[in-house]
Design a binder for this molecule. Structure first.
Ligand SMILES: [Zn+2]
Length: 143
C-alpha cells in the first residue's frame, strides 16, 4: 500500500491526503486545482485552516515581492519542501496582501519564518538562510 502524504492545495489552501505514488496529476478534492509538493501561497484564512488541520508541522514564510532576501530564500524553501514532502508543509504569506497573521505574530522584518506544530508556533527565524541551515532548523521539529 502506498503511503499517503499531506499536501496543501495551491488553489484553496485545503489539506489533501494523496497516495505518494499518485502525486503526478493529483488534484485538490475541494477545488480541483493541481496539487504540487512545493511551497504554496496562502492568505490569512487559508493559513488559519491549515494551522487547525495539519497533522504535520507547517513552516510559514512571510515575504513580499519587493524583498530581495525573500526572493533569494524562495529556491531554498523549494529544496526543503522537496526533501520533506509529506512531513512538512511550507506556505508563503504575501505580507503586502495578507497582514493579519504577520501582525499578530509581531513580524518586524522579512523574510520571517515561523514553524507551527499542532496549531502552535514552536520556533521562528528571521532573514535569509540557505537550505542546509533551514534543514538544521526544522529537523528537531520533524517526525
Ligand atoms: Zn483546493
Amino acid at each position: 500500500m502506498s503511503q499517503r502524504i499531506h499536501l496543501a492545495c495551491p488553489g484553496c489552501a485545503r489539506l489533501n491526503r494523496v497516495p505518494e505514488d499518485k502525486l503526478d496529476g493529483a488534484t485538490c478534492g475541494a477545488c480541483k486545482a493541481p496539487l504540487k509538493a512545493g511551497p504554496v501561497h496562502v492568505d490569512d484564512a487559508g493559513l488559519d485552516r491549515l494551522l487547525r488541520s495539519s497533522p504535520v508541522p507547517v513552516l510559514i514564510d512571510f515575504y513580499a515581492d519587493w524583498c530581495g532576501p525573500c526572493r533569494m530564500l524562495a529556491p531554498h524553501l523549494e529544496t526543503l519542501a522537496a526533501a520533506h514532502r509529506g512531513e512538512l508543509i511550507i506556505v508563503k504569506v504575501d505580507t503586502e496582501r495578507h497582514q493579519r497573521h504577520a501582525s499578530q505574530l509581531g513580524v518586524q522584518g522579512i523574510p520571517a519564518l515561523y514553524l507551527a506544530k499542532n496549531g502552535q508556533i514552536v520556533d521562528q527565524a528571521a532573514g535569509f538562510r540557505p537550505a542546509p541551515a533551514l534543514e538544521q532548523w526544522v529537523r528537531p521539529h520533524l517526525g
